[in-house]
Write a protein that binds this ligand. Structure first.
Ligand SMILES: O=C(O)CCC(=O)C(=O)O
Ligand SMILES: [Fe+2]
Length: 305
């Protein structure tokens, strides 16, 4: 049996039979062969590179995060901060602020190792988005299935996400899951893949109110609230690692469907997701600069529909 415990995502139990669930394949053996890596990325839709980072770098970043969470009272004071046992009264999922002005996290996500990996893979100079997404996921929380393009599709679409765990993540703690072969299903997902969550129709007063007045999104961003029925409909298996470890990363493209398993433990699951592209290609301006506009008003784009 692949999973020895029931697994959930967005509160729905996943079918963990071999037809519906599996594990990611490692491409660590191809690390010095960019042409092979590129071929694998095209074939699988992702690259899983276990043991890439010096564990000391990831440990330092984890410590910077647990120090901040301890200082704000989000950890259980009866445990060591580094264990990241959560204060049961605190529930989080997305905590981008934890990566702001955080040199230890920046050292990992924008350091020479990872930028070197992407320069090798793209075969030319690279640049990264300046916004760093960071998650501190507590019990019962996960991430609904989506494709990243709907959040960051205004520049090149040859953009890669890098997902990095900051601590070992056993299955019961959650972690990234990818829908096998979904990068080949763009035709079926066409309507969804054309979404831009910050775009709105100027001639629809309700949308103007939601997006401009209230600063929200015109579309919720997720593809489905139910990863189990989504998989049954689209086909492929939900893939994850049996045990993400400190030092691992996973990279994937803008049209691969992915999400996060629910955390079933009392400890936080930490991960960052950051973006890399060829420096020569256009970039989505929402995610560039010292203080990127992100999804604020400056990033909203109206059109007549
Ligand atoms: O970590 C998660 O739960 C989701 C990650 C994600 O959506 C991403 O890496 O783009
Ligand atoms: Fe994502």
């Amino acid at each position: 049996m692949l999973a020895t415990i029931p697994l959930f995502s967005a509160g729905h139990e996943l079918d963990t039979s071999p037809e519906a669930f599996g594990f990611v394949r490692s491409s660590a053996d191809l690390i010095d062969q960019p042409a092979e890596l590129e071929r694998r990325l095209e074939e699988d839709g992702y690259l899983y590179i276990p043991g890439f980072f010096d564990p000391a770098l990831i440990h330092a970043a984890r410590t910077s995060i647990t120090d901040r969470l301890a200082a704000e009272g989000s950890l259980d004071p009866a445990s060591l901060a580094i264990e990241a046992v959560s204060n049961p009264h605190k529930a989080f999922s997305y905590r981008g602020d934890l990566a702001r002005h955080n040199a230890a996290v920046e050292r990992v996500v924008y350091g020479p190792e990872l930028l070197g990996f992407y320069a090798n893979l793209f075969g030319e100079p690279v640049r990264h988005f300046d916004h760093t997404w960071f998650r501190a996921v507590s019990r019962g929380q996960g991430t609904t299935p989506h494709c990243d393009i709907v959040y960051m599709g205004r520049g090149t679409h040859q953009l890669l996400t890098c997902w990095i765990p900051y601590g070992d993540i056993p299955l019961e703690m959650g972690g990234l899951m990818l829908l096998e072969d979904s990068h080949r299903k763009s035709e079926r997902l066409k309507n969804y893949l054309e979404v831009d969550v910050d775009a709105y129709c100027e001639n629809r007063p309700k949308e103007v109110e939601k997006v401009v007045t209230k600063g929200g999104w015109s579309h919720p961003g997720f593809l489905s609230k139910n990863p189990a029925t989504l998989r049954a409909k689209l086909g492929g298996r939900w893939l994850t690692a049996p045990d993400y470890k400190i030092g691992d990363f996973v990279t994937f493209g803008m049209t691969l469907v992915h999400g996060g398993l629910d955390n079933q433990t009392d400890r936080f699951r930490f991960s960052s997701d950051t973006r890399y592209q060829r420096a020569s290609q256009p970039i989505d301006e929402r995610w560039v600069g010292e203080n990127p506009p992100a999804n604020t008003l400056a990033g909203k784009r109206g059109r007549v529909c």
